[in-house]
Design a protein around this ligand. Structure first.
Ligand SMILES: [Zn+2]
Length: 75
């Protein structure tokens, strides 16, 4: 049975099925089906939003990492 996916952002049905992901033609955003099925609608992030989020975490942790190294050098 084919499940109908709605865009978690605009609830539009103008959806392109890409296998593991769907793309909303209206928002031009790609979402993972896994997220849509397992998260609340307002918690679902678009794929590119997730990538930006992961990047920001990585750059934050890199900063923290080098900071702790500096602190160790000072001691
Ligand atoms: Zn949409």
């Amino acid at each position: 049975m084919n499940k109908k996916y709605k865009c978690p952002r605009c609830e539009g049905l103008n959806i392109q099925d890409l296998g593991k992901t769907i793309e909303c033609e209206d928002c031009q955003l790609e979402f993972e089906k896994f997220d849509i099925e397992n998260l609340d609608r307002d918690e679902v992030l678009a794929v590119k939003e997730k990538l930006a989020f992961i990047k920001s975490i990585k750059s934050n942790s890199d900063e923290n990492h080098s900071e702790s190294k500096l602190k160790k050098k000072k001691r």
